[in-house]
Design a binder for this molecule. Structure first.
Ligand SMILES: [Zn+2]
Length: 584
């Protein structure tokens, strides 16, 4: 044992935690009382209610009592008949824990240490990831950047070899808490860190290199606020990439080119509109796949018909209710869709680079962010484990698929059509949606007629060879460097066809219930580049090629022109500053 004092302190914390949990679980709300099957359930205490029912229906006689005492002590199930027995059990736990801690040397994750009674602070998270990194040869810890207020953004790398160096391993990135008030993703990621160090999880790393970022938005998290310290929504920032947190995340992704990504969030079903409707969503873990139609069908089909059913069953088998991530509604006032097709969120921004990519949303706490925290964190962790198990079982297939589809992105552009305006449409099916009835307090299902699971293109453009960005436009150059696009100085324009868009007027178009700009344009052929102006050429045949088209086309409803920061580039009577380069 390296650090005797540390072990005693951990033992003491553990006992405090047991005591806290015992006193906490007496009442048992609806959510708290139903399921207790999370992976940490064995090491923590079961509810008082289940203890009582099990003890009342059990055996009599001295021998059986002794046997029960031994079994319960070993399993960690508290039978608090007498004060004396309670002391014996606590001593048992203490000794058992000392042996375990001394054997494994694995630090206890902060949410467990805190008895799930408070949120893990950034300082606690830092101390924990550092200690865990030092204690395990499986882990390599990296600070991938800093938040606006200077807090470290950690990536915990898990690899049985050297992280990211073995091409036969599939590279998986899970990142949580872009929204600071969605706390269970971070807590779940910290539980997952401890869980993955168990010997029974070790096999995963025969095939997987995992990077786990427990907290993308530490500044928001510290004050339990959705946005970062600049007041921006990080999960709407993956196209413009103006924030240090999203830039760090994408810079990290670009270094390892992860083949699988998952963005972990929470949803809040407690809004007034749903309350008026009389029902609310009640699925503990929801999972969404890719919906942007520029992402290849094969990737989206494997996500929808392979991963989604797998994770739903995985979660269900472990006692968690789960459903597809479906925003919109309530059904009496608005349609239900399969989230957004925008590429400015975490999931789709990696998906558009032909990554097998998902969003997972747990359910937020009803009263505050600590409410039901243990259950929420364990649910999130279980969903993350589902992803790892699925990827482990389908490694070859996913790797080949992603490699083949990425090869198409980096091959010379072939005039493929890219959809820059789309809409959600019905496919004739009715959604049977699990909801909680607020009048009866029971789970039920509602049949949603206005259900729009499909995305249809409204406006396509032919993928060009590349774009020319004026070298004197700092706004655009900053954007180019933020994404790290491959670029070069174009010496001559011979043999190329250059087009420029003239902005005639600026109209608007519906985009998922909002209005975004939709310029009326004319396309002009450009004989030669303007005298005295330098341009930077960005070829489209790169991993971010489809993103480039979506961002730089002025009519793209996902493009730069739709952002406040870039709005001044779109002026009627002028030309769009970015030129389009086609092969003759
Ligand atoms: Zn979120």
């Amino acid at each position: 044992m390296k650090n005797v004092f540390g072990l005693f302190w951990q033992g003491f914390s553990y006992i405090c935690m047991i005591a806290a949990n015992c006193s906490l679980t007496g009442g048992g709300g609806v959510d708290g009382a139903i399921h207790r099957t999370g992976p940490f359930a064995g090491s923590l205490k079961a509810t008082t209610a289940s203890e009582k029912s099990s003890s009342s229906s059990l055996m009599k006689g001295r021998f059986m009592k002794t046997k029960r005492l031994i079994i319960s002590a070993i399993l960690g199930v508290a039978f608090r008949r007498t004060r004396r027995m309670k002391h014996i059990l606590l001593t048992w736990h203490f000794l058992f824990f000392l042996v375990l801690a001394g054997y494994s040397q694995a630090p206890i994750p902060p949410p467990v240490k805190n008895g799930f009674l408070k949120l893990t602070s950034h300082a606690e998270l830092s101390a924990y990831v550092s200690a865990t990194g030092a204690a395990s040869d499986l882990i390599s810890l990296e600070v991938i950047g800093r938040s606006v207020q200077g807090r470290e953004l950690y990536a915990i790398g898990f690899s049985s070899g050297k992280f990211g160096k073995d091409a036969s391993k599939i590279r998986v990135l899970i990142f949580a808490q872009q929204h600071g008030n969605e706390q269970s993703g971070k807590e779940g990621a910290l539980l997952l860190t401890a869980e993955l160090l168990k010997p029974e999880r070790r096999h995963l790393f025969d095939r997987i290199d995992l990077a786990l970022i427990p907290q993308v938005n530490p500044d928001g998290a510290e004050v339990n606020r959705r946005r970062n310290a600049n007041g921006l929504d990080l999960n709407r920032n993956h196209v413009i990439l103006t924030e240090p947190e999203t830039r760090s995340l994408h810079g990290f992704f670009d270094r390892y080119l992860f083949e699988v990504t998952m963005d972990v969030h929470e949803y809040s079903p407690y809004g007034e509109e749903w309350a008026r409707y009389g029902y609310r969503k009640n699925s503990e873990v929801t999972v969404g796949s890719l919906t942007n139609i520029n992402i290849p069908d094969d990737i989206r089909n494997l996500s929808d018909s392979g991963y989604l059913p797998f994770t739903m069953k995985y979660l269900r088998d472990r006692g968690y209710s789960s459903f597809t991530y479906c925003p919109g509604g309530p059904p009496d006032t608005a349609y239900i869709r399969h989230s957004t097709f925008d590429v400015n969120d975490g999931r789709q921004s990696f998906g558009i680079e032909n990554t097998f990519s998902f969003i997972q949303e747990g359910m937020n706490g009803k009263d505050d962010s600590v409410a039901n925290l243990r259950r929420r964190a364990e649910g999130q962790m279980t969903g993350m484990l589902a992803l790892l198990e699925y990827v482990f079982g389908n490694k070859e297939r996913i790797q080949h698929l992603v490699a083949a589809e990425r090869e198409k992105l980096i091959s010379p552009a072939d005039g493929q059509m890219i959809s820059i305006q789309s809409e959600h449409v019905p496919d004739g099916s009715v959604l049977v949606m699990p909801l909680l009835s607020l009048s009866t307090g029971n789970d039920t299902v509602v049949h949603v007629e206005d259900y729009r699971p499909m995305v249809r293109s409204l406006y396509d453009v032919k993928k060009p060879a590349g774009y020319l960005v004026p070298a004197d436009c700092t706004l655009l150059l900053n954007w180019v460097s933020g994404h790290g696009f491959r670029q070069k100085i174009l010496k001559a324009v011979t043999g190329l066809r250059i087009e420029q868009y003239g902005i005639l007027s600026v109209d608007s178009i519906d985009f998922e219930g909002d209005r975004v700009v939709n310029p009326v344009i004319e396309t002009k052929e450009v004989e030669k580049l303007p005298e005295g102006r330098d341009f930077i050429y960005i070829p489209v045949n790169q991993l971010k090629g489809n993103l480039l088209v979506l961002a730089l086309e002025p009519k793209s409803m996902l493009g730069l022109a739709t952002y406040r920061q870039f709005a001044r580039l779109l002026k009627p009577g002028t030309s769009w500053p970015v030129l389009k380069v086609n092969k003759p």
